[in-house]
Design a protein around this ligand. Structure first.
Ligand code: HEC
Ligand code: HEC
Length: 247
């Protein structure tokens, strides 16, 4: 039986371009961290591991153009700054793993740390909160929410980000409040209560969003919802009392 086309492609793909006219160098010329005497064949699984761990192609660290054959790449060159970053990461990993060996009871049973341990398919391993907070700073609330959704679509259930609690969107909402972006904050907090309807904290924050933008009636309603879920929520009680007092 012939091999299915897909399987053939998986075997011959090198993560970028095609393997035509290109093979791993017999003797790499510019290894500064990996053992100098390693033949190219030993580099192959390492480089493929890098691309998989970071979710990138060879061109992310090497001089070459995406989509062009690998034979046009200059793998010896250090011109792409990500190559040196990756070297530093390798050195860091070496020292972390050495350190782990010295810690009891890890010792020789220490769990190894890999690129994947932190990166999990992303070039810059950030928490969900950091990701969307950065987008908010750079591009505002629409972009932050779109980014959250796209990360969710791509990474949900893969362990790269923690989608299991209300913290990230809650933080984003407060970030918006800090810049007096009340409408943005309310949108974020409301989405959070849709995602986590059982979270008293999410409802409490939505209450604060409404209150800070002067929508007391909605704030009271929402604070009551939070109290229902967590009768010990003192803040919600106090805020309701304050707003009632203002009436
Ligand atoms: C995350 C960054 C990164 C990615 C992605 C990556 N490499 Fe590398 N590559 C390196 C680093 C760093 C070195 C040098 C290691 C050292 O100095 O010990 C290297 C070295 C090499 C070398 C040896 C060059 C020489 O002669 O010195 C080859 C060949 C190579 N990579 C091929 C590839 C291929 C093919 C891919 C895609 C499948 C790839 N690399 C993906 C970081 C990367
Ligand atoms: C302990 C966690 C950790 C491990 C393990 C780790 N990295 Fe990283 N890496 C990071 C962090 C954090 C950053 C972002 C640094 C910054 O703020 O610019 C990063 C950034 C990078 C970058 C730059 C990406 C960019 O776009 O700026 C490269 C390349 C990289 N890592 C490669 C690797 C490789 C290859 C390995 C495995 C040899 C590795 N990392 C292992 C935490 C880690």
């Amino acid at each position: 039986m012939r091999m299915p086309v897909i399987a053939l492609m998986a075997l011959t793909m090198t993560g970028s371009g095609s393997a035509q006219d290109w093979s791993w160098p017999e003797k790499p010329q510019n290894l500064k961290v990996l053992p100098e005497e390693w033949p190219g064949s030993r580099l192959s699984p390492v480089m493929r591991g890098f691309t998989r761990s970071l979710g990138v192609r060879c061109s992310y660290c090497h001089l070459g153009e995406e989509g062009k054959p690998l034979s046009t790449y200059d793998f010896v060159s250090d011109e792409n700054p990500n190559k040196d970053r990756a070297r530093e990461m390798l050195r860091m990993l070496g020292s972390v793993n050495d350190h782990l060996k010295k810690i009891e009871p890890s010792g020789d049973q220490a769990v190894n740390m890999w690129c994947h341990t932190c990166h999990r398919g992303r070039p810059r391993p950030m928490t969900l909160g950091e990701e969307i907070s950065e987008q908010y700073r750079l591009r505002g609330v629409d972009a932050a929410l779109a980014h959250e959704q796209s990360l969710r679509d791509r990474f949900y259930g893969r362990g790269a980000y923690d989608f299991t609690n209300e913290d990230a969107l809650n933080l984003l909402g407060y970030q918006a409040l800090e810049t007096s972006d009340f409408e943005g904050a309310i949108r974020v907090f409301r989405l959070n209560t849709e995602r986590f309807p059982e979270s008293a904290n999410a409802w409490d924050s939505l209450g604060e969003g409404y209150m800070r933008s002067g929508r007391n009636e909605e704030a009271i309603q929402v604070y009551r919802k939070s109290l229902e879920l967590n009768p010990a929520n003192r803040n919600a009680k106090e805020m309701i009392a304050t707003m009632k007092g203002e009436e």
